[in-house]
Design a binder for this molecule. Structure first.
Ligand SMILES: [Zn+2]
Length: 334
């Protein structure tokens, strides 16, 4: 076909009105597929405290979170991903699997109020609970410290079981420890939680975009960084290996994190593993980029939110975890 022919082919016919554009749109954001991250901080009094690094986001008390979940349900957002912020930290993350820890108490409160109306996923990691801020247990090696993979997955398994006991539907291991999914699956099964699903942070990259989250979840590493366990941003095929391993170990849902700078990875995974639900976590830095751009006055926040999330959907996400979830029903006119 040449660049011009008569009669002219007119793709613009299908772009003429909102109605016709909606009719033929090839990607649709659905609010059922959105997950709102929720921070529960056992150290705050009152309902909530603003998160300095993330405008319009809050940390909730174990009681205050119930009200927030009620607002989400009212708006049509039915799924949450819960992160705990403990008031005590120690090298072994003991508070993370304590029955009276922030996540465990919050889950019981939420379940008591809303039953199965809300779908609860919980982040399973230790970085908010360890005094050193790493995603695993550290041991001395030579002149420095290393994260001990195999000791860490034992603790991650205990955390997952305690979340299941408190009412989680899905546990989401995010530590990027080798074998974490298999260990958690085994622990859940042996404790009678074979029906609790695992959403694995399979391809979690060592990204600059987690900065605002670390303040929100109080999870900043006190020394070193996480490049020893999170994925190298230069790698793409390696994501397939991580996903394949997680599926083999029993993951029910796999995840890519962050979202926007990793849409090639999202597409790669979707094309290679179309059979498994794929979640994408649009992270705190992505949230802040849109907020900051909107503050410049040159970018429309609402338009940018929908465009960014639609791009994630278009790339192949089945599930989108976003700090903007609470706002989407309103933006879609629901
Ligand atoms: Zn972590």
């Amino acid at each position: 076909m040449g660049i011009y022919r008569y009669p002219v082919i007119r793709p613009r016919r299908l772009r003429r009105t909102q109605g016709i554009r909606d009719l033929v749109s090839q990607s649709r954001l659905s609010i059922e597929a959105l997950v709102q991250p929720v921070f529960v901080d056992e150290g705050i009094s009152g309902d909530r405290v603003a998160i300095e690094s993330m405008p319009d986001q809050y940390r909730y008390s174990v009681e205050g979170v119930v009200k927030f979940v009620g607002e989400l349900l009212e708006a049509g957002i039915k799924s949450i991903l819960v992160f705990g912020v403990p008031s005590e930290k120690d090298p072994m993350a003991k508070r993370a699997y304590n029955n009276e820890g922030p996540v465990q108490r919050a889950l019981r409160n939420i379940r008591r109020e809303y039953g199965d109306e809300v779908l609860i996923a919980t982040d399973v990691c230790v970085c908010s609970y360890t005094d050193h801020g790493h995603c695993g247990i550290i041991v001395k090696k030579g002149s420095g410290y290393v994260v001990d993979n195999d000791e860490s997955i034992k603790i991650l398994s205990r955390i997952a079981v305690s979340h299941a006991e408190a009412g989680a539907d899905i546990v989401a291991p995010s530590a990027m420890m080798d074998g974490q999914v298999g260990a958690i699956r085994e622990a859940l099964d042996s404790e009678g939680f074979s029906d609790i699903a695992i959403m694995s942070y399979s391809a979690k990259y060592a990204s600059s975009l987690y900065g605002p989250f670390r303040l929100a979840a109080s999870s900043k590493p006190q020394f070193g960084d996480r490049r020893g366990y999170q994925m190298d941003p230069r790698n793409s095929w390696e994501a397939l290996k991580e996903v394949e391993m997680d599926i083999a170990e029993g993951a029910d849902i796999v995840m890519v994190k962050p979202g926007l700078w990793y849409l090639d990875i999202v597409r790669l995974i979707k094309d290679n593993f179309p059979e498994i639900p794929l979640a994408v976590y649009s992270v705190s830095g992505e949230y802040l980029m849109i907020k900051a751009a909107a503050m410049s006055g040159y970018i429309s926040e609402n338009q940018a939110i929908l465009e960014a999330l639609t791009a994630i959907k278009r790339a192949g996400a089945d599930i989108i975890i976003t700090y903007y979830a609470y706002k989407i029903p309103e933006l879609l006119g629901r």
